[in-house]
Design a protein around this ligand. Structure first.
Ligand code: NAG
Ligand code: NAG
Ligand code: NAG
Ligand code: NAG
Length: 354
């Protein structure tokens, strides 16, 4: 149903299919992106209901022609900047916006705002469902160009994944403070499921993974307000650190057991902590409140069509109560692409052989 709707709408607007700049330096055959609102470029526009949507102004106000695309920010997000660094002419389009399945295999973004590793929220496209959509694409690719060629194509493709934040916030918000034993059990289940999902992608042909760790999510404006009395929520930040630690162990283990599996883990937690410790060095005058919203920290309501928003948007780390601004995403993308201290064991640039 959702897919049908996506196809119909996409056919109506059509034409905007991505193309890639040809050239000797383009070693990445395709980019496939998975994850949550940090990565969504418009899939949620095609879902029923009003939850987890950003396809109205002032979202996108700094996008070309101030277009609200469904990205949860004022302009581009991290995937857009990574695609640009890799010399892709356009960012991989939202899966539900692509009118012809055969086009999707050339690069596509499955991410959906509100989704997580677990299938908790039914108003989004879960990571499991995103992977099922990708599976369909690989089947068509194999039919079209043959198994061997498909394997070679996919082995040179880049898989971007940014997830886990919604699972952590959901756990904390729904169950309150737990003891360390329970936290560890939760992180173990979460990263166990994540491991299965990464293995599934590997089985489908994925080889090069760039995984964005969860950031200092306890400091996002909505959680500061809801749980921290205005301060960062240390329990949530601790869970985020635990998730990152366990995820790195999973990735290391997959790389040592699965032939050809390689990865870049981007420690956005450490990187953003650094940015927050010296915000002015990175051009930010406000790292606490949202640019768009209302009330305390501009985080008492979501960013709506009638919300007020700041004029110096590049000086705010947060665009709305839950999401970074374009300026924030750009920094994250640069750290991922070539920030050797924060991307390990290699940067995305190194991962793709540039
Ligand atoms: C989503 O879950 C809620 C609560 O569990 C349920 O009431 C609702 O019908 C579900 N919606 C869909 C589309 O499955
Ligand atoms: C943690 O909480 C669980 C469930 O309430 C309990 O069974 C367990 O003994 C607690 N562990 C510690 C170390 O307090
Ligand atoms: C967070 O983790 C640190 C150690 O990593 C611990 O000392 C501290 O008590 C934790 N804080 C909370 C609020 O859980
Ligand atoms: C903005 O619109 C929402 C409904 O979408 C409404 O609840 C709110 O009161 C409006 N705010 C202002 C400042 O008009």
């Amino acid at each position: 149903m959702e897919r049908m709707m996506g196809l119909l709408l996409a056919a109506a607007f059509s034409a905007a299919l991505f193309t890639r700049t040809a050239g000797a330096s383009t070693v990445v055959t395709a980019i496939y992106a998975f994850g949550d609102s940090s990565t969504d470029v418009g899939n949620n526009n095609f879902l029923p209901g009003n939850q987890a949507k950003a396809n109205f102004p002032p979202n996108g106000i700094d996008f070309p022609r101030s277009r609200p695309t469904g990205r949860f920010t004022n302009g581009y997000n991290w995937v857009d900047f990574v695609a640009k660094k890799l010399k892709f002419k356009k960012s991989p389009p939202a899966y539900l916006s692509v009118s012809n399945d055969a086009q999707a295999y050339r690069s596509v973004n499955f991410a959906s705002g509100g989704s997580g590793i677990f299938d908790a929220a039914n108003f989004t496209i879960s990571l499991n469902q995103q992977i099922k959509y990708f599976k369909g694409i690989t089947h068509r690719l194999r039919t079209r160009i043959g198994g061997g060629a498909a394997d070679r194509f996919l082995s040179k493709s880049l898989f971007l994944v940014s997830t886990g934040g919604n699972d952590i916030v959901g756990y904390y918000a729904n169950f309150g403070l737990k003891n360390e034993t329970q936290n560890e059990a939760f992180i173990g289940q979460l990263t166990g499921q994540f491991r299965n999902q990464l293995e599934t992608l590997y089985d489908l042909g994925a080889r090069k993974f760039a995984v964005l760790g969860t950031t200092v999510i306890g400091c996002i404006p909505s959680l500061r307000l809801r749980f921290g009395g205005g301060k960062c929520v240390e329990e949530i930040n601790n869970l985020s650190r635990q998730f990152n630690k366990a995820t790195q162990i999973v990735l290391r283990d997959l790389a040592s057991t699965l032939k050809g599996f390689s990865y870049s883990f981007i420690n956005t937690y450490d990187f953003i902590s650094l940015v927050f410790s010296k915000p002015l060095n990175y051009g930010f005058t406000d790292i606490v409140s949202a640019c768009c919203g209302s009330g305390r920290l501009n985080a008492e309501s979501e960013c709506r069509s009638n919300s007020t928003y700041c004029s110096s948007r590049s000086k705010y780390f947060y665009w709305d109560l839950n999401h970074p601004s374009q300026a924030g995403y750009k920094l994250i993308a640069l750290a991922a692409y070539r920030g050797r201290r924060y991307a390990s064991p290699v940067t995305i640039k190194q991962l793709v052989g540039l």
